[in-house]
Design a protein around this ligand. Structure first.
Ligand code: ZN
Length: 138
């Protein structure tokens, strides 16, 4: 499986994720959250930022089911879903991930047919420190 490639701006995101915390970079001047992490606020051009904790609640904004050819580590788990999740507290922040049955579960633990655009999801963190998503019962 692929591991995150971190840079200076994005490193805090992954450090919090390893601790099971979902945080997004936000402008310390105007408060606007932004993703991916970067030095300058696109709204007010401030270079001041902080890392705001969020609930991990969101909705499926879009999704795909990848088809072969897939990298070997992923091919053995196909078919699986890849989702884009819009965060409840920061609708302009959208994170790419997978819907799984529970933290640490395989990528194929939820059938792609169960994924719907708009479905409520909650972030979970497995041992690899990558944020993934579980469907909320509603
Ligand atoms: Zn700003």
């Amino acid at each position: 499986m692929l591991s995150p490639v971190t840079d200076t701006d994005g490193a805090p995101f992954w450090e919090y994720a390893r601790r099971g915390e979902l945080r997004v970079q936000a402008c310390a001047s105007c408060g606007e959250p932004r993703f991916p992490p970067r030095p300058c606020c696109p709204h007010c051009q401030s270079f001041d930022s902080d890392w705001r904790g969020v609930s991990g609640q969101g909705r499926v904004w879009s999704y795909v089911v990848p088809h072969p050819p897939l990298l070997p580590g992923y091919a053995e788990q196909a078919p699986y879903n890849v989702v884009v999740v819009e965060l409840a507290e920061a609708p302009r922040v959208r994170l790419v991930g997978n819907v799984v049955a529970e933290a640490g579960a395989r990528l194929d633990s939820v059938s792609p047919e169960r994924i719907r655009i708009g479905a409520r999801v909650q972030a979970v963190f497995g041992p690899d420190g990558l944020p993934r998503w579980v469907l909320e019962r509603s």
